[in-house]
Write a protein that binds this ligand. Structure first.
Ligand SMILES: [Zn+2]
Length: 461
C-alpha cells in the first residue's frame, strides 16, 4: 500500500483558474496532494482533510497557474547589454563570434541565471532553444538540463542547430555552424538520452533548427522527420523581421510561412517564435494546421522587429504562448512583465482598446504556453487532476493594494512579488526568494562567466 499523499492547503486568496470558462473566485482555495491539484473552489478548503503538512493563509494574494515560458536562449544571460541599438541581422552578426566561444561552464551558469530570474517571477515551466554548439566544448545540453533539474523548474529543451554558414548564403559565420549530419545525430542523441514523454515529465526535448537564414532546407526537412519519428515537438524562429521575409523570397522564391509548409514545418506539433510579419493567409495557414506561436513582445520591440498580430491570431484560433526570448535582446529576462508588455503592445499594434484584455494576457502566459509546448493536459490551469504548478502573488503591498481587480493588478501593475510558487507540489520560491538555489551565488558566477567569455572573445582586456 502506498502512503497517502501529503497535502498543502492554500486558502483565503483570490483565485484565477484560467480554466476553459475563465473561472475565478474572489476568495477561494486550492488543495495540493503530492504533485497534483486535488481540488479548487470558492471559500475555505474542505474540512477534515488528512495529511495536511502545510496550510497557507493567502489573504491579500492572487493564486494563478504557474507561468509557462515558450521561447528563450539561456546562454545569452552572459551576453546581455551588447549591440543594444541594432536590428536583428546586425545584432546577430555582432554577437555570433562571441557566442561561438561558449563552453559547458558558461552554458551552465547562464542557464542558472536565466532560470533563477524567471522562477523568481513565477515561471514554473521554462524552455531553452539552444543552437550554438562549438566543437569540443563539452555537454552543453546536459549542463542546461542539470541547471533546471537543480532548480526544480520544468523544462523543454529545444535542441537547436545551424548548418547554413556564410559560404552557403547563411547569416552565421562558418565557424559557428555544425554539419547537417552532426546536427541531426546530436539532436537524436539528446532526445534518446533526455526526453521523458510521461505525464508530469520534468524534461522534454524538441527538435529546433534555428531559423530559415541559418539552416539548410535539408536540415528543416530531416529535422521534421526526426521529430515525428521520435514523437517530439518542433520549434524554430519564423517571420521575425522584414529582412527574413526578403531573404526567403530571394533564396526560396516564397515567404517564410510557405517555405515552412513546403518543408513539413506547419502542424499541431510545431510552435514558432515571433511570427511578426504574417499576412492574413499566413495566419489562416497557422490556424488551419494548429501551428503554435511564441509571442515575444519585449524582444520584438528591442530589435525593432515589429508587432505580431496576436489579436488576429487568437481570433483565428492560433495557439499562442508568451516568451521572453534570449536575454541578449531582452535584458530583463522576466516573463511576468511580458503579460503587461503583450497587452500594451498589442493594443498599440491594433489601435484598439480591447485588442488584448488582462485576462487574455494571463491566459497567454499560462494555458496558452502549456498548449504550444504540448502540455495543456498537465499544466497551464488550476484544475483538479493537473500538476501542482502554481503561483501565489502578493497583492497587499504599496504597489498593488489599492488596485480593484487582482488580475488587472498582476497584468497592468508593477511586477508582483511571489510569496510561494510550487512545481509538482514542491516549493521553488518562498517570500520572493528562490529556495532551490542561491541567487547571490548565481549572480557572482554569471558575472564571472560573462567576464571570462568577454576575455576569450576579445571584447575586453
Ligand atoms: Zn529567439
Amino acid at each position: 500500500m502506498t502512503a497517502p499523499a501529503e497535502r498543502i492547503v492554500i486558502e483565503n486568496c483570490a483565485v484565477a483558474t484560467v480554466d476553459a470558462d475563465g473561472t475565478e473566485y474572489p476568495a477561494g482555495h486550492v488543495v495540493v496532494a503530492g504533485d497534483r491539484i486535488e481540488s479548487v473552489g470558492p471559500g475555505p478548503a474542505p474540512a477534515g482533510l488528512d495529511g495536511v503538512v502545510r496550510r497557507v493563509d493567502g489573504t491579500g494574494h492572487l493564486l494563478t497557474p504557474g507561468l509557462v515560458n515558450t521561447h528563450h536562449h539561456f546562454y545569452q544571460w552572459i551576453t546581455r547589454g551588447l549591440a543594444t541599438d541594432h536590428n536583428l541581422f546586425d545584432w546577430l552578426v555582432a554577437l555570433y563570434p562571441t557566442w561561438a566561444r561558449i563552453d559547458e561552464g558558461m552554458t551552465h551558469a547562464a542557464a542558472q541565471g536565466s532560470l533563477a530570474m524567471m522562477a523568481r517571477g513565477g515561471v514554473t515551466t521554462a524552455m531553452d532553444h539552444h543552437y550554438v554548439f562549438p566543437r569540443g566544448t563539452g555537454d552543453l545540453s546536459g549542463s542546461i538540463i542539470r541547471a533546471a533539474a537543480g532548480m526544480g523548474v520544468r523544462l523543454t529543451l529545444a535542441r537547436g542547430s545551424m548548418d547554413r554558414g556564410e559560404s552557403d548564403g547563411g547569416l552565421p559565420p562558418d565557424f559557428a555552424v555544425e554539419t547537417l549530419d552532426d546536427a541531426l545525430a546530436a539532436t537524436e542523441e539528446t532526445i534518446d538520452k533526455h526526453h521523458d514523454a510521461s505525464f508530469g515529465a520534468m524534461t522534454q526535448i524538441a527538435v529546433a533548427p534555428c531559423s530559415p537564414f541559418s539552416v539548410s532546407t535539408e536540415l528543416l526537412r530531416q529535422g521534421a522527420e526526426l521529430a515525428r519519428r521520435k514523437g517530439v515537438r518542433l520549434h524554430t524562429h519564423g517571420s521575425e523581421t522584414v529582412e527574413e521575409e526578403q531573404f526567403c523570397r530571394e533564396l526560396f522564391g516564397m515567404g517564410p510561412t510557405d517555405y515552412f509548409e513546403s518543408t513539413g514545418w506547419l502542424g499541431e506539433d510545431v510552435w514558432m517564435a515571433h511570427c511578426v510579419h504574417m499576412a492574413d493567409s499566413d495566419i489562416a495557414a497557422f490556424a488551419r494546421t494548429r501551428t503554435g506561436v511564441a509571442h515575444c513582445p519585449s524582444s520584438n520591440a528591442r530589435l525593432a522587429a515589429g508587432i505580431a498580430r496576436v489579436p488576429d491570431m487568437l481570433a483565428a484560433g492560433v495557439p499562442v504562448g508568451l516568451g521572453v526570448d534570449g536575454t541578449a535582446s531582452n535584458e530583463s529576462g522576466e516573463l511576468h512583465t511580458e503579460l503587461r508588455n503583450a497587452l500594451l503592445i498589442n493594443r498599440l499594434g491594433a489601435h484598439r482598446e480591447a485588442a488584448l484584455t488582462a485576462r487574455q494576457a494571463l491566459r497567454l502566459g499560462t494555458y496558452g504556453g502549456a498548449r504550444v509546448l504540448g502540455r495543456a493536459e498537465e499544466i497551464g490551469s488550476l484544475e483538479a487532476g493537473k500538476l501542482a504548478d502554481l503561483v501565489l502573488w502578493r497583492m497587499d503591498t504599496l504597489a498593488h493594494a489599492s488596485i480593484a481587480d487582482p488580475v488587472a493588478a498582476l497584468v497592468l501593475g508593477a511586477a508582483a512579488p511571489v510569496t510561494l510558487s510550487l512545481v509538482n507540489g514542491r516549493p521553488v520560491v518562498e517570500d520572493g526568494r528562490l529556495v532551490t538555489a542561491d541567487e547571490d551565488a548565481i549572480a557572482r558566477t554569471t558575472r564571472d562567466e560573462a567576464r571570462r567569455l568577454a576575455r576569450i572573445a576579445g571584447l575586453s582586456g
